[in-house]
Ligand binder design. Sequence first.
Ligand SMILES: *Cc1c(COP(=O)(O)O)cnc(C)c1O
Length: 462
Amino acid sequence: MGGAAGSRARSPELAALLRALPPVDELAAALADVPRALAVGAARRALAARREALLAGERPATDLADDARALLERAGRASLRRVINATGVIVHTNLGRAPLAPAAADAVAAAARGYSNLEYDLESGGRGSRQAHVEGLARELTGAEAALVVNNCAGAVLLAAAALAAGRELVVSRGQLVEIGGSFRLPDVAAQSGARLVEVGTTNRTRIDDYERALGAETGAIVRAHQSNFRAVGFVEQPDIEELCALGARTGVPVIDDVGSGALAEGLPELSDEPAVRRSVAAGAAVVCFSGDKLLGGPQAGLMVGRAEAIERCRRHPLARALRIDKLSLAALEATLRLHRDPARALAEIPVLRMLSAPESELAARAELMRALLEHAGVDARVVTAAARVGGALPLLELEGPVCAVDPAPLALDELARRLRRGEPPVVGRARRGRLLLDPRTMDDDEARAAARGVAAALRPV
Ligand SMILES: *Cc1c(COP(=O)(O)O)cnc(C)c1O
């Protein structure tokens, strides 16, 4: 059907409505307080949407200038926004992993607003090293001879492999050829480093003899990778880090240990199964790599600690420059490491550690706060016990606790979740057996109130 036939089919009423639409310039002039180019763009989009709605048989009653303003407002909103994490997953990669401690956030703001002695030695007035701000802290906290920090843990492993094994062999157990979220695969990292991967053992069992047989003149390093987000259970065996490092010491082969989450805080029963950074260092690993924004509770960063000679080779490798940490992350990392010097303070102030060890009474009170607010708004909600995953590299660790379970009726659960994501602030919860769970573990009281308000608004009859 051609355009003429289409317009002939239009009713006189529709034709009149279309004719009555204002010209773009006239509508744009109603938005006099915004830059002209933006006003014209918004006016054009509002008019196009109105024309489409009219042709579709709708008869919208909204004011066109209001529509254009709403479009402008949406386009002007930041894309990266604060989100309320009601999932209970503490190290949620898609929601930005570790929230920073107040001291770390303040350090970022201070470093962001002005100049700093990032690479300037205030004693001598000469050039300094950005590593100097965290090196001593990382050594003190892990017992290592030397330390280097880079952009993230994936970068740290790549750099260690390149510095110690490029052009040579990198020996790894078949049980550790893992893919970690975000397409970090050990075989790919090895390939990018220029090392040749030599696989030993089997998927479920690798013995120290398997490693020993693979070592030779071509060996650059042994790499051990934490399995991170999966576990093999049952008939499984892997040598521990002490055995691997003893083999390395006997044969002169450095051991790279990618522990992933990097448990630094000691004495937390929730983390007793995590490979402790200190343990790997004490065992004699050449380079131990771990993330800044998992259990350390700091910014995205990759920490490398270990033997002076091995860390020096990493420092001198050209990739070190390409992977260098930026000043904002460095500021947050220094502040976070300082908190770790006092374990009690670390537990109290670093959000990830606080959430991990939150007392049941605190969680119950926050769950009840949400339930009461929802009841007041006429929403059916109750406090129940549920297990949440810690997330990140701790897939098996589930923390049980009280949560607020919301009945989505009359909406479908998916629809309630969709409305919550589109709210301001967006709220992300977790679904279980037809109910939406709001987990108090990953929220403070203000966020819990906002989450309850969001649910009430989403379920309010229109
Ligand atoms: C998370 C993880 C990484 C990647 O760390 P990023 O800091 O995200 O780059 C590497 N190895 C292991 C074992 C991990 O758990």
